[in-house]
Each structure stands twice: as C-alpha cells, then as structure tokens.
Write a protein that binds this ligand. Structure first.
Ligand code: NAD
Length: 738
C-alpha cells in the first residue's frame, strides 16, 4: 500500500489499484493544490507500475467529494489581481495557464493508457464529477445520499475542467445544457439515464462492481478519443440541433435576463466545443473560464455565495470561549403559522421540541403542520416512514408552561402584540431553567423593548425566521442592548443545528432584511403612482435579477401587513416618516377594496382557482394615469430597485446595525433574493465602485426623490476611494492577530 497525505493506493491480486481519497481533518474531500499534486503522482505511479492493470478511485468518507476547495478558488482571484497590478498585459494569459492545471490533470488521467473507474459512494460535485467524467468507467451507489451535480453556475462560474465538453459528449445536448445552466443535482439513476454513469449498484457492491468493469476489459480510451466519434444526437449540424440551438439562448435569457456570464459561457462552450476536436474544445472551455473568472459577477458571487456563506454557517460571528451547546430540548411558544414550522425544522434536526399554545387543541393543531410536512417528505422519498415517525415523536404539544422547565432555549412566536408577548415572556421565565435562553421571533418589535419585560435581558435575544420556514435558509439573529455572548452563542448553535445560515444584527425597526424589503416594495408604490404600468414594474424587477416582483412579493407578505407597518411607523415616528401617497394607496387597497394579498385571494394580483395562474389585477391600471411603455427607460427602473435597497443596506452599516459586509450580502440574497449575480447589496455597490454608486444615487435623487440621496458615509467612502469590504474588512481581526 502506498500512502499519500490525502490518498491511499492499494493494489489487489488482480492488479487493480484501489485509490481511496480521504483527506485528514476534513469532513469532505475537496480539490486543493496538494490533492492535485498527489493525484498527478498517483497517475504516474500507476502508469509506471506494470503490475497495475487498472485503477478504481473512491472516497473514504460518506460523500465522494464536494469539488474545488475555497482556498483554491480564492487563490485564483488573488493571483489574478496581483498579476494585474504587476503587468496587466500578461495577467489574463497567466490566469489561463493556472486554470488549465485541472483540465490538464484530468486529461492526463484520461489518456494515461490504463483504465480508471470512479466509484461514486456519495455526493459528487463540481471538479470531482469532472474528474469522474474523465475516468473510463463510472459506477455509483444507489444510496439516497448520492447527489451528482455540476453546481458551479450557482456561484457565478461554470464547469471549467472539461465538464462542459465531457457532459455534452455523453448526454444529449438539451439535458446537458439544462444540467449545467441550472446546476441541478441528479440522483444516481437520473445520471445513468443521462448516460453520465455506467452502472448504479447497491452501496456494498460499489467497489466490486467498479473492479469488475476493469476485469471485463474496460478500454482505457474515452469515446471521444475513438475514431469516428459523434456526440449524442450527431452534434451541432443536425435537424434536431437546428431546433435546439436557436432557442437555447432565448430560454437562457428568459431564465437569467442575461445577468449570469457563467451560464452564457456554458452555451458557448458546448456550441463551439462540439464542432472541434476534443483537445481544442478543452482550450475553448479554458478560454471562456478565464474570461468568466475576470468578471465582477464571478468574483462577487463566489465571495458571497460560497466563501461568506460557508464562513457564516460555520459560526464566523460566534463569540469565542463559550462551549458549544448541545440542545437537549427546545421550547416553541405559539403554535401558529410560524411556530408550527419552527417546531418542524427543530425536530427535523433531531432536537426534541415542546410546542406550547394557549390550549392543547391549538398546540396539537400546530403539530399537525409537521404531520403534513412529514407525509409530503415520505411521499417524495425524502424520509422513510420510520424517520418520519421519529421526527413527529420528537414534538410534544402542550398547554402547560411548566413543560418548559427542562429546555435550553425557548423560541416565542405568539401574536405580534407587545402585551401578549409581555405576558408570555413573564410566564415562560417563571419556569425557564437558569442559563436557558429566550428568543423572540418578532418581525417588527425591537428586541431591546421586549427585553424590558424580561428579568434576565442578558439571556434575551431575537431569532427571526422567514416564511416558509422549512425552505428559507436565512435566520436573522438580533442582539438587544443587553443581550450577552452566551445568548448569542446558543442562538448560533441552534441555527447551525437546524442547518440555516445566520446573520447577526443589532436592534432596529425592521432589523436588516425587512428594512431592505420594504424599500423594494415602496419603490414599486412610487412607480405605480408615477403611472408605470404594473406589468412593467414586475418585469423590470425580474430583469434586474430579483426572483419575485415587488407587487407579487407584497401580496405574499400581505398588503394589510404593509398597512400595519406604515401605521405603526406613523404612530412611532410621526407623519413625516411615511409617504402619504403610499398610505393612501394601501388604505384604498385594504380598507376600500379588501385586497389584502394572496391570503384572501386578491391583492395586486388576482388569484383564480388552480390550475389557472395568478395575473395582475387589471383595475390597478386605473388608479393612476398610465405612462406609455416607450416613455419609460427600463434600465432606470432596474437601477431604482437595486439602488434603493442597496442604499438602505448602506444605512444599516452606517448606523451600526449590520457590522460585517458578508452578513449584509448573504442576508440580502438568502433573505429576499437580492439579484444574486451582484453578490448581494454591498457587493453591488463595491462592484460598480462607491464613486459610481454615489453618482448614480445622486442622479436618481434628482429625478425620483430624496430617498435616493447618498448618505454621508457613502460620500466619504467615495472621496477616499474605499470599498465596504475594505473599510469594514471582515478579516481585519484575523489579520491583526496574525
Ligand atoms: P399566528 O397568529 O399564526 O400564530 C400565533 C400563535 O400564538 C397562535 O397559535 C396563538 O394561539 C398563539 N398564542 C397567542 N397568545 C398566546 C399565549 N399567550 N400563549 C401561547 N400561545 C399564544 O402568527 P404568526 O404569523 O405565526 O406570527 C407569530 C410571530 O412570528 C409574530 O411575532 C410575527 O411577527 C412573527 N413572524 C411572522 C412571520 C410571518 O411571515 N407570518 C415571519 C417572521 C416572524
């Protein structure tokens, strides 16, 4: 047996070398520079050893591999930026050579002359799938945990180590494009149906099946290296391709509004690559990959969606020196819309839950939400019957506060009413054990105010979920004035346990996410009032990269909730704090027309019975004199949405509500889908440069109102040539310590 740091190589009596990838100290195998060096050495070793007839590569972990490591991706950007400073004329060429390393390594494996089989025992993503595709045989286990994907497009890049070329030479072009431009995960059987996998076997048969492929005489030659090879369907110059290719860019544009350079590059790679010999095709892919890596979109998306999201998920904001909390039991008080789902995600994470409401009927009704969700998951094969039953057994409905005497954490999700919450805080604290934490899921009431009702405000914190709780990945953790480190640590341990991404913010009206969201919705009110046709408002927002139009979003969150918030703002801050035209519009919708949103089947949209689709309410156009569509500049509409949200985010930084730019960015994408290609609200500003952003804001302020005026901080940053990531460097502490 030969042992490397990350691999072992063991050759059996049949001359088959079993390469087991098992990186020390990591929960998942990833490609690093060292892994590539070792794989290169293993290829040399197996080629040189005449006793080796073939190679099976597998993983020693429960997953196969997640693909490239953060450090490698980061290194590419750092390398390019440094080279650009040294010599801009050669930087792109050097980046091109660097990104070709993985491509070359996999090609070396493919043409090594010995047959390689990848034995895929679990999740196999990105670069790991690209390596497997360069192997001559691929066998996957049929375990539920096997997910096969090229998800690069989701972080702004694309499969750049031969993936676009090999997938398009194995699967039909349409499925190949679909898989890569969406980054979707395939089950092993779907991957087999697409011709990406040769065999799907029981987990315990994996290695023997892989070895058998070699014993059966697997040729060490990729199909595309055989004479006369033709891509499935015959390539580009066929009648079928003539149907597909003219439509493909249009479909992509419909899905992405042209905002994602990585997705477009996939189309180009496949279309151009299928017309040339394989090695030339790899060069084409390498060239586009080099181009995409130089885009602001790739840089910002990787930073926010890959690096920052992982860092926040791993507790970047967790206070040091506090032992990890093992949550033995969590109490949820209020088994309504939110509480019921919070109980579900908690039980799904393996934590027992006591679900309390005013009476046992209400608590039991809350539990029935979990029963519905479990039934759904079992039906879809995501949970077994037993797993579903165990999950449900972890939720105990109750009407007795005394049942909370043994919990580590209570999450309060009762009515949004200060007096109701006060009574609940007092009742819970009367039984809550020493050291347990009280978290409120309030969406509008400042945490410091609620904490005034608490006898132990140090242990009082906000944990703000988003609906639907089981789908939304973000949780906003809110620090009251007196919240202590222990409460923060427990809250973050809980959020990690339920596998959501936390952002930690200081207390303010609307916290971070809702402050930004309502700017988005209010801009749409302004546009309505100006006479912009509603359909144009919705479409411009989507073209700007927002997943849901602002009017549609307002229907989802409820128009009467907007009314409530506007009224509360007037009550607390005075008339001047809201735009009276907004209030008039919303009062008319709610009080005169009873159009409250999706929940009562009528809002800015009409909601006919299924299967008919919702459509914009035609009467909305009669509210204000309508402008003609060609008098309106769509680009300006798009800018208004992004700029008004980004300005609000900048204000939260200026006010010290958000302290870490990673949290603003990740929070904006996960919380309300802020144009992900920008990398989030602050990356949007940094990406265009603070100076340009200030100039754009000033222009918009002169045309559309003072809410676009750049803040003092922005102006100062523009004058000093600063960025958010520079001025509020999230790694400053670590750098100072180093
Ligand atoms: P809801 O009306 O659906 O549920 C509230 C539940 O609390 C009800 O089941 C009610 O019986 C129960 N309750 C009321 N008084 C109680 C008491 N004294 N003891 C025990 N139970 C009591 O409301 P919801 O939409 O689930 O909102 C709950 C909280 O979550 C609010 O603070 C709200 O602001 C916040 N929130 C809501 C959303 C959302 O999208 N609806 C999102 C984030 C946060």
């Amino acid at each position: 047996m030969t042992t490397y740091t990350n691999f072992t190589v063991e050759t059996d009596a049949d001359g088959i070398a079993l390469v087991t990838w098992d990186m020390p100290g990591k929960s998942m195998n990833v490609f690093t520079s060292e892994v590539m060096d070792e794989l290169n050495a293993i290829i040399d070793q197996t080629v040189a050893d005449s006793a080796v007839k073939g190679v099976v590569i597998t993983s020693g972990k429960s997953s196969f591999s997640g693909g490239a490591d953060l450090s490698m991706i980061k290194a590419m950007f750092t390398f390019y930026n440094e080279e650009k400073v040294k010599d801009p004329s050669t930087a792109a060429q050097k980046l091109f050579d660097l990104v070709g390393r993985m491509t070359g390594l996999f090609r070396k494996l493919e043409t090594s002359g010995k047959p390689w089989v990848s034995a895929i025992n679990g999740t196999c993503m990105g670069g790991a799938l690209e390596m497997s595709l360069a192997c001559h045989g691929r066998v996957a286990s049929n375990a539920k945990s096997v997910k096969i994907a090229l998800p690069e497009v989701k972080v702004g890049i694309f499969p750049g180590a031969g993936g676009t070329q090999r997938v398009a030479r194995l699967a039909d072009a349409q499925s190949a494009l679909q898989m890569m431009t969406t980054g979707q995960s395939l089950t092993a059987s779907r991957a087999k149906a697409m011709n990406l996998i040769h065999q799907v076997v029981e987990p315990d048969q994996l290695i023997s099946a892989a070895k058998q492929m070699i014993k059966d005489g697997l040729k060490p030659i990729a199909p595309w290296d055989e004479k006369g090879f033709k891509a499935p369907g015959g390539g580009i110059w066929t009648p079928a391709a003539a149907q597909l290719w003219p439509a493909a860019p249009a479909i992509l544009r419909r899905e992405t509004a042209g905002n994602y350079p990585g997705a477009l590059a996939i189309l180009k790679c496949v279309y151009e690559g299928l017309q040339v010999p394989f090695d030339t095709a790899l060069k084409i892919e390498q060239r586009y990959f080099t181009q995409v890596l130089q885009t602001t979109e790739a840089f910002s998306m990787i930073r926010s969606l890959f690096i920052s999201m992982q860092e926040l998920g791993k507790g970047a904001r967790r206070p040091a020196g506090i032992a990890k909390t093992e949550l033995k039991k969590v109490g949820v008080v209020g088994a309504g819309f939110m509480g019921a789902s919070i109980a579900y995600v908690t039980a799904a994470a393996g934590i027992p839950v006591t679900l309390v409401d005013r009476d046992i009927e209400a608590a039991t009704k809350g539990k029935s939400v979990s029963e519905g969700l479990v039934k759904d998951s079992v039906g879809k094969g995501r949970l077994t019957q037993d797993e579903g039953a165990a999950l449900l057994a972890r939720i105990t409905p109750s009407a007795e506060y005394a049942d909370l005497a043994d919990v580590n954490l209570v999450i309060e999700a009762v009515f949004e009413d200060r007096d109701v919450k006060k009574a609940v805080i007092e009742a819970v604290e009367a039984v809550l054990p020493e050291g347990a934490i009280f978290a409120s899921n309030t969406s509008t009431l400042p945490i410091s105010g609620l904490a005034k009702n608490s006898k132990r405000p140090v242990d009082f914190i906000g944990v703000h979920f988003f609906s639907p709780v089981e789908k939304m990945m973000l949780t906003e953790v809110i620090l009251g004035k007196e919240t202590g480190d222990k409460a923060l640590a427990v809250a973050l341990d809980y959020v990690a346990a339920i596998r959501k991404t936390p952002i930690v913010v200081n207390d303010t009206r609307g916290f971070f996410v809702n402050r930004c969201v309502f700017r988005y919705i209010h801009e749409a009110y302004d546009m309505l009032i100006e006479g912009v046709p509603p359909a144009m408002i919705e479409n411009a927002a989507k073209m700007a990269g927002m997943p849901v139009g602002p009017l549609s979003l307002n229907d989802e969150v409820a128009i009467d909730l907007s009314q409530k918030i506007l009224k509360a703002t007037v009550a607390d801050l005075g008339e001047a704090a809201v735009d009276p035209r907004h209030l008039a519009l919303i009062n008319r919708m709610v009080d005169e027309l009873d159009r409250r949103g999706r929940k009562n089947g009528k809002g800015f949209y009409d909601y006919p019975a299924k299967p008919a689709k919702k459509s914009l309410w035609p009467e909305l156009k009669t509210f204000y004199p309508q402008k003609k569509a060609d008098e309106i500049d769509v680009e300006v509409l798009k800018q208004r949405f992004l700029v008004t949200i980004a300005l609000e985010a900048a204000r939260t930084i200026e006010e010290g509500i958000v302290t870490d730019p990673r949290e603003a960015d990740v929070g904006s994408i996960l919380g309300f889908g802020f144009a992900p290609y920008t990398g989030g609200v602050l990356s949007y500003i940094d990406g265009m440069g603070v100076q340009s952003f200030v100039a754009l804001s000033e222009k918009l302020a002169s045309l559309y109102g003072p809410h676009f005026k750049p803040t003092a901080l922005l102006k100062e940053m523009a004058a000093n040539g600063q960025t958010f990531y520079g001025r509020f460097d999230p790694y400053a502490g670590a750098k100072a310590a180093a």
